[in-house]
Design a protein around this ligand. Structure first.
Ligand SMILES: Nc1nc2c(ncn2[C@@H]2O[C@H](COP(=O)(O)OP(=O)(O)OP(=O)(O)O)[C@@H](O)[C@H]2O)c(=O)[nH]1
Ligand SMILES: [Mg+2]
Length: 355
């Protein structure tokens, strides 16, 4: 692959839901390498910023401050060994950017909405402590009634955030593009057991069973989604500025990015196949013109310009077709490998559980 394709990823989540810490944890783990995949910032200074923030957390327990209205943009490149697979455009917004009104909020509100419409992958970040409370109320009510995340903490946010994903999906499909992949990222899963009253595994099973009510966008037709329980450490619910650094224990932080890339490459296969069909059709048309002109009496003499123009086009098309076929087989192979790295993660396509 010559220049890697660019993928846009957007995190949506209420203030304090754990977006920035997830991003820091993901970078710390993936920049050190996971199963041969490496994530780097394009700008080496940003690598220092991210590593400094991670060092503050792992050495002193200092957590990142809440984001301000100035979004923090990152350009990453994900590599398989030394081979760049994809460039990733990811922006860390404050949670309020998704919840304020455009007319009243700072400019990040408009920027986030515009960005969602061109996002290839969207992470719906749900605070695990809240999800746990919802699980407790689902269990208490005998799994009936509406399952909304704890009001005042997260309820309206989830509905609102999902609406943005729905709008983004519509914007993309109206342009003939695939829907963005969706990661239902349950953050702070170390708190799930505490707030749900059942074990983490049981709580996650309740989430999976009730996903159509908790995060219904993940189960609609046309959407491919993954539920990903993430934790940065068993920090408890205490002071959010400072946590116990010895409790640091990142879990599942690389899965969302691997899933986004898998989906991006899989969708790319359909687009490549379409381009291949188009190029093959043009090649046959040009070949037909050449053979027809050559077949005419004095063909090569009277039609030499047309013939040579078509032959040039045929050579260019053959080259492009060969490149496309190579890209398709490389990306197809990579998609299969990426999927194996996601083994065991719950993936839902068109409302159907895949694993
Ligand atoms: N127990 C626990 N707490 C966490 C975890 N991740 C984050 N937190 C806590 O949640 C707080 C908020 O996390 P952030 O990542 O800053 O949240 P955010 O979504 O970026 O917030 P805004 O930038 O304000 O939108 C942190 O300061 C931590 O105290 C986790 O995995 N476990
Ligand atoms: Mg933040």
């Amino acid at each position: 692959m010559s220049t890697p394709p660019k993928m846009t990823v957007t995190m949506l989540g209420a203030p304090g839901s754990g977006k920035t810490m997830f991003l820091h944890g993901m970078y710390a783990i993936l920049s050190a390498g996971f199963e041969g995949y490496f994530l780097y910032t394009v700008d080496p200074d940003q690598d220092l910023d991210l590593m400094d923030a991670w060092d503050l957390l792992s050495d002193k327990g200092e957590t990142p401050p809440p984001n301000d209205p100035e979004p923090v943009p990152y350009d990453f490149v994900l590599k398989d060994g030394l081979t760049p697979l994809v460039e990733i455009d990811l922006v860390d917004f404050r949670g309020g950017a998704a919840l304020d009104r455009v007319a009243e909020g700072p400019d990040d509100v408009r920027v986030l909405r515009e960005r969602l419409a061109r996002s290839d992958s969207i992470y719906l970040v749900l605070d695990g402590a809240n999800v746990g409370r919802t699980v407790a109320s689902i269990l208490a009510s005998g799994q009936t009634g509406p399952a909304v995340l704890d009001r005042g903490q997260d309820s309206t946010q989830v509905a609102r955030l999902m609406r943005f994903i729905s709008d983004a999906t519509q914007a993309r499909t109206s342009r003939g593009q695939a829907a963005p992949s969706v990661v239902v990222l349950i953050s702070k899963t170390d708190l799930l057991a505490q707030t749900s009253g059942v074990s983490r595994a049981e709580a996650l099973a309740v989430v999976a069973k009730n996903l159509d009510r908790l995060a219904s966008i993940a189960t609609v037709k046309g959407v491919t989604a993954m539920v990903c329980p993430v934790s940065i450490g068993a920090f408890g619910t205490g002071d959010s500025d400072r946590v116990d650094p010895t409790a640091l224990n990142p879990e599942n932080v690389y899965h969302p990015m691997i899933f986004s890339l898998w989906h991006f490459l899989s969708e790319g296969q359909d687009e490549h196949a379409l381009a291949l069909r188009r190029d093959n059709a043009r090649l046959s048309a040009a070949a037909e013109v050449v053979s027809e002109r050559r077949g005419q009496l004095f063909g090569s003499w009277r039609h030499s310009t047309v013939i040579s123009q078509n032959e040039q086009e045929m050579a260019a098309l053959r080259e492009r077709i060969a490149e496309l076929k190579q890209t398709m087989s490389e990306e197809g192979r990579r998609a299969v490998t990426l999927m194996s790295a996601l083994a065991g993660m719950p993936i839902i396509k068109d409302g159907e559980w895949q694993s």
